[in-house]
Design a protein around this ligand. Structure first.
Ligand SMILES: [Zn+2]
Length: 223
């Protein structure tokens, strides 16, 4: 165990210290849109999938900005934990964007299995609701539980149908290995170690976090 390893936990302190270390090591840390517009030789795309709580997204957005980083927040429209069209949500979306972050759609599947039609039909409906909430065209999306809606192939097909406005989806080959080191805290477990252990090791990275797993003092803050 290295001397710092005990520091690599799910505390927001550990999270924010890690972002600062990436910045000090010369990485640009940005969302997808900024990466596509101005890629740099050392670039970390910071992605947050917001499964349950928009307040948790808001908290992480402030930490990212304080660490001189921007990121992309992917928001659901079918979440039980938040309503993207509620006034508190609209205020948070506006504030997140005013910090320089990007807000896009966390797209989900499976509704067709119960309610009929297919995943493309439900994707169109999600896009319409998302665009009503943000007041502009959708620019990108990430898949929630990708296996439930035909995996990467479905996302690629949807991207080609939507290509007029939508510039990317988060699991495209260009954002994944071997083109880019991909690390995720899915299920509260870094399969290849906390992202703090990767500073300086790979020039191009996509790091996915779910703010649900990150806490200030104790995990029970979040549920
Ligand atoms: Zn998700």
């Amino acid at each position: 165990m290295s001397q710092n390893e005990e520091h690599y936990d799910y505390s927001l302190k550990s999270y924010s210290d890690t972002l600062v270390r990436y910045r000090e090591d010369g990485y640009a840390v940005t969302g997808f849109g900024q990466y596509l517009a101005e890629p740099t030789a050392k670039h970390l795309i910071l992605r947050h999938d917001i499964d349950n709580s928009i307040e948790q997204a808001h908290r992480v957005a402030k930490i990212d900005a304080e660490a001189d980083c921007t990121s992309t927040f992917f928001m659901r429209v079918h979440a039980r934990g938040y309503n993207l069209l509620s006034l508190p949500s609209l205020l948070i979306l506006r504030e997140i964007e005013s910090m320089g972050h990007e807000v896009q759609l966390h797209l989900e599947g499976g509704f067709c299995e119960w309610l009929g039609d297919d995943n493309f039909y439900w994707a169109e409906r999600q896009r319409e609701v998302f665009e009503a909430a943000v007041g502009r065209p959708l620019g990108g999306f990430s898949s929630h539980e990708p296996a439930r809606m035909g995996g990467i192939e479905f996302a690629n097909e949807l991207l080609s149908r939507w290509q007029e406005d939508v510039k990317y989806h988060a699991y495209e080959e260009r954002f994944m290995m071997p083109n880019m080191k991909y690390l995720s805290d899915s299920s509260g477990r870094w399969r290849e170690g906390h992202f703090g252990m990767w500073v300086g090791k790979e020039p191009l990275m996509q790091v996915l976090t779910h703010p649900f797993w990150w806490f200030d003092k104790v995990p029970a803050e979040n549920y």
